[in-house]
Write a protein that binds this ligand. Sequence first.
Ligand code: SAH
Length: 355
Amino acid sequence: MSLRALLLERISQTGPLSVAQYMSDCLLHPEFGYYATRDPFGVRGDFTTAPEISQMFGELLGLSLAQAWIDQGRPDPFTLAELGPGRGTLMADLQRATAAVPGFHAAAQIILIEASPTLQQMQADRLATDDPLWTDNVHTLPQAPLFLIANEFFDALPIRQFIREASGWRERLIGAQDGVLAFGLGADAPQPGLAHRLEDTEPGDLVEICDAARPIITGIAERIVAHGGAALLIDYGDWRSLGDTLQAVRHHQKTDPLAEPGQADLTVHVDFEVLAQMAHRTGCAHTRLTPQGVFLERLGITERAQKLAEPLSGSELQSLISAHRRLTHPEEMGNLFKVLGLYPAAANPPPGLEA
Ligand code: SAH
């Protein structure tokens, strides 16, 4: 049986699926889910993420978090957490760069939140000497200072899509047409959760909501408010999302999101305004939304690249130069990806970000 056959059967029994139900099965179905069954990263995989492009990414993020830890009086013990750590590369680079920060490693308990058993195993191999623990969700994180990173995590969380009508909203659903998965629309219904989007949309516009992100942000922000800490959330998206951003990528090419369920990565743009508002409601401060390129330049990526370049020549040097460009240039990842920081209202924002 394939995931497509399974979804078609479910649709015939219980009716169309929301985009969120579809995304959730495509990404994390225990038997057929995209992340649940493979290592998708790198040249031979389907896509490449910033930590897989260069060690500089994890190093600089790590130093920003470690400086925030120093600024807040070096709390000991504290939780060093990552959401969706992929291959464990970012955490490994962060650990190497912060080894020189006195007391940081000794005070840190690393906790990883990862839904895919395949990737959990890779993280265990990669980070064996750091004694990480895994937990299912942020609500089981210790009540302790929390320093957290999440790169390309929120873009993998399931969203629902709604199309505005004259009087209400119709949900975009996935049904079957002649034995093939196809988009359709649900009944016109009021959506109290979308009241604020009546101001900036017109009939025919599509908006997305990510219910799954809300309790996650709240759980992080509550710990930062109660115990101190900071979070660096990096993803592609913008302050407010408008339009259909659901995207499928396989072998580094965009494909039809309904064509190969479970075989392609599915992502959406992150609506950072909602994340910031949810944090704000708990009393947690948030930084300005900052382009990744600006953030990395402020943290000194050019100086770091120059240092790494010293012993290099030929193709190794070229690949370092191209990695620096990919991470920072506005036409590459520099502008598409954004960084939002969370921190206690009485503390300074993490280095590289502004209040
Ligand atoms: N941060 C890594 C990987 C990004 S891909 C990097 O930058 O390379 C998204 C990661 O989030 C994967 O590890 C995936 O398995 C994990 N993930 C996706 N949805 C999740 C969920 N609901 N709970 C926990 N982990 C999830």
